[in-house]
Design a protein around this ligand. Structure first.
Ligand SMILES: [Mn+2]
Length: 363
């Protein structure tokens, strides 16, 4: 039985396009810190293996600091480290890995053919392959099969689980099954999965270890656990890094948006990036002012006003337009109509204007 920490898709040195330069720099520093956290966790949990399943770097433009952190923190790791290159960090001529001084405990799977490293003291074998360019249409695992020899067999691989074509190393179920490995530590999919099985092979994606945007919502982390020849127990461990969430705030007639927002937001959660979609009916909302007022309570706050506006049904009746003429006639009739007819005229005005403005009409 071997103890394993499985992480992937750190995307160190991401550009953080939407951020200011200072924010982007801080976020990149935070990513490096997260790598250190992962190594600390591996040491605390006394794992035998740290498996990094690709896209550890976001691209070819790695910073000097990142090369240093990779070299120094992985050297501090008391486990054997196996890193399989992915589509974002392929081992090509320009790979930043060529400038990293990796310590002896680190092994890079950087060739597109499956390579096997035996660790006799642990009774296990680690298999892996890596991208040598950013596109890999050939299934790297095809034809590979580990021997059934009583040792624990693990695989570290970056790719997309699919039965169809993919530019990102299509990993097919039949290839996973035939591989005969007990655990396939995969990378590429940023939304983590639970451990799944095909035949006797268990496989999982840990997802990215922290969010970078609203396309990576929810709690992120790594997988830690045990792999034996007859069972696999991997558990998700959240890392408490940057967290992106989207919430919907449904406004009701008498609600104060400030009060509702205030009770929705945590008092202080600097790693939380929140997008709040406001729905319901309301007067126009000054999103920028509310964001400025409440953003100190979170890492960042984005408000989206999707409310329908309160407005007079006769708004626009003096316009020189079809809408204006329509509203003037209805309003005139409305003033002398019985209450029952008034209600119908009001609905006609709302629905008519909605149709003319090509939006949904509230009944
Ligand atoms: Mn990838």
């Amino acid at each position: 039985m071997v103890k394993v920490l499985h992480a992937a898709d750190l995307h160190l040195d991401s550009a953080f396009v939407g951020c200011s330069e200072a924010e982007a720099r801080a976020r990149r520093a935070g990513q490096r810190k997260l790598l250190e956290t992962i190594v600390e966790l591996a040491n605390e949990a006394k794992v035998d293996l740290l498996l990094l399943a690709g896209d550890v770097l976001d691209g070819r433009h790695a910073y000097f600091e990142t090369a240093e952190v990779l070299s120094e923190s992985l050297a501090k790791c008391r486990a054997h480290v196996f890193l399989a290159c992915g589509n974002h960090d392929p081992f090509d001529a320009a790979s930043p890995y060529r400038n990293v001084r990796f310590s002896e405990n680190v092994h890079l799977f950087c060739s597109p053919t499956v390579e096997s490293v035996e660790l006799p003291e642990l009774g296990c074998v680690i298999h892996g392959a890596g991208f040598s360019s950013s596109v890999c249409e050939i299934p790297l695992l095809a034809g590979f099969s580990a021997p059934n020899d009583g040792r624990v067999h693990l695989l570290v691989l970056h790719g997309e689980c699919t039965e169809g074509a993919s530019e990102n190393n299509p990993i097919r179920k039949r290839d996973l099954e035939q591989s005969g490995v007990h655990y396939a530590a995969l990378g590429h999919i940023h939304k983590g999965t639970s451990v799944q099985y095909v035949g006797k092979t268990a496989y999982a994606y840990p997802g990215c270890p922290e969010g970078r945007g609203f396309d990576e919502c929810g709690e992120k982390g790594v997988l830690v656990g045990y792999v034996a020849t007859d069972r696999v127990e991997m558990k998700f461990l959240p890392l408490g890094g940057q967290l992106y969430e989207e919430k919907t705030l449904q406004l009701h007639e008498s609600d104060s948006i400030r009060e509702r927002l205030s009770s929705l937001l945590p008092e202080c959660a600097k790693n939380l990036h929140l997008r709040v979609v406001i729905e319901g009916e309301s007067d126009p909302i000054d999103c920028a002012a509310l964001e400025a007022e409440f953003s100190h309570r979170v890492g960042s706050l984005v408000l989206k006003d999707r409310t329908r506006q309160h407005r007079s049904p006769w708004e626009g009746e003096f316009e020189q337009s079809l809408k204006g003429a329509f509203l003037r006639r209805l309003h005139k009739a409305y003033e002398t109509a019985e209450p029952e007819a008034q209600a119908i005229l009001l609905r006609a005005a709302i629905l008519g204007v909605s149709a003319m403005e090509d939006r949904e009409g509230a009944l």
